[in-house]
Ligand binder design. Structure first.
Ligand code: MLT
Length: 326
């Protein structure tokens, strides 16, 4: 009786593995969802849609971007962690995947163990902006003004877990001030509030901010990278203007729910690599100031190492800054 059960279980296992393999061999046979944890039209969304359009051509099925908003990206991350690992749900997230464990006391997912790793994609600088009629005209004036008026200044961000929040928090710490944080569900709506003059300051990625800076629609005080950036070489870094060691470079990675079949992950990795070489993607990313990650870093293992390294890097910094949510 027992041996009959073992045989039945073994036969079921073989049949299941064969069907998973068959499913993977034909993949994809229907549209693929790429979940974005922030609002449409913002920095993460624009990277997802640029890659998704190219991957759609490679894979022969539409890559549909789905924006799942809330809690600085953690609602989408939790949803993807629980999603069916059938190869039709993928997730793009940035540095926030590494900062969430330090920012939230209770998190309904583990970034290192609840996901499969597909690939890194791009790195993006951030820029420090204010509404057009904000009084300071350069960074030294900005620092002095913010220190003198902190109690009445609003800083827009995309919630605890967003890089706009991380950048703002580091800025507060560097200047030794506390301003009022105004969270949005992405920096696309935060930018609208800045352009409308409803908020004072926003720290956001070049993938969204360059047209506003170049069009003179906002006040611009500097970039957050350690060195000046190719797309706007005339722009000073915040570090060179006195914020020694101030550095935020936003990196983006692509993930899948844990248990997604390996052959599908491999095909998805190949599609991401193809997209990152697609001349249209290369041009668009360059225009937005996004640097494509070198080939050697486009393996799942490299993404896993990057995530672990960044969790270890940001944890102590966030703890020292004292920003937590339950
Ligand atoms: C977005 O896509 O809206 C931004 O990446 C949010 C953020 O600041 O992290």
């Amino acid at each position: 009786m027992i041996s009959r059960r073992i045989w039945a279980a073994a036969a079921f296992g073989v049949a299941f593995a064969a069907s998973a393999w068959g499913q993977a061999a034909n993949w994809p046979t229907r549209p693929i969802t790429l979940v974005v944890p922030f609002a449409a039209g913002g920095p993460t969304d624009v990277v997802a849609r640029t890659l998704g359009a190219s991957m759609t051509r490679t894979l022969g099925q539409t890559v549909v971007v789905e924006n799942r908003l809330g809690a600085g990206g953690t609602i989408a991350t939790a949803a993807v962690a629980r999603a069916n690992p059938d190869g039709y749900t993928f997730f793009i997230h940035h540095t926030g995947m590494a900062t969430a464990p330090a920012l939230y006391r209770k998190l309904p997912f583990n970034p290192l163990t609840d996901f499969e790793f597909v690939s890194q994609a791009v790195e993006v600088p951030m820029t420090l902006l204010a509404r057009k009629d904000f009084p300071p005209n350069n960074f030294p004036e900005f620092a002095a003004y913010v220190k003198a008026n902190a109690a009445k200044i609003n800083l827009a961000n995309a919630g605890l877990g967003a890089v706009s929040q991380l950048c703002g928090m580091l800025l507060e710490k560097s200047l030794g001030v506390k301003v009022t944080s105004v969270p949005f569900q992405g920096t696309a709506p935060a930018m609208q509030a800045l352009l409308g003059g409803q908020v004072d300051i926003l720290c956001d990625q070049t993938t969204q901010t360059l047209p506003q800076i170049k069009g003179g629609k906002v006040k611009f005080y500097g970039v957050t990278t350690p060195a000046r950036i190719k797309v706007m070489p005339e722009a000073p870094t915040l570090a060179e203007q006195g914020l020694k060691g101030f550095e935020v470079v936003v990196w983006h990675g692509i993930y899948a729910p844990k248990g997604t079949p390996k052959p599908i992950l491999e095909k998805m990795n190949a599609a991401v690599r193809t997209a990152l070489k697609d001349p249209m993607v290369v041009q668009r990313m360059a225009e937005m100031g996004a640097e494509i990650v070198p080939d050697s870093q486009l393996t799942p293992e490299a993404l896993q190492v990057k995530l672990k390294t960044e969790i270890d890097k940001w944890g102590p910094i966030i703890k020292a800054a004292g920003a937590f949510a339950d």
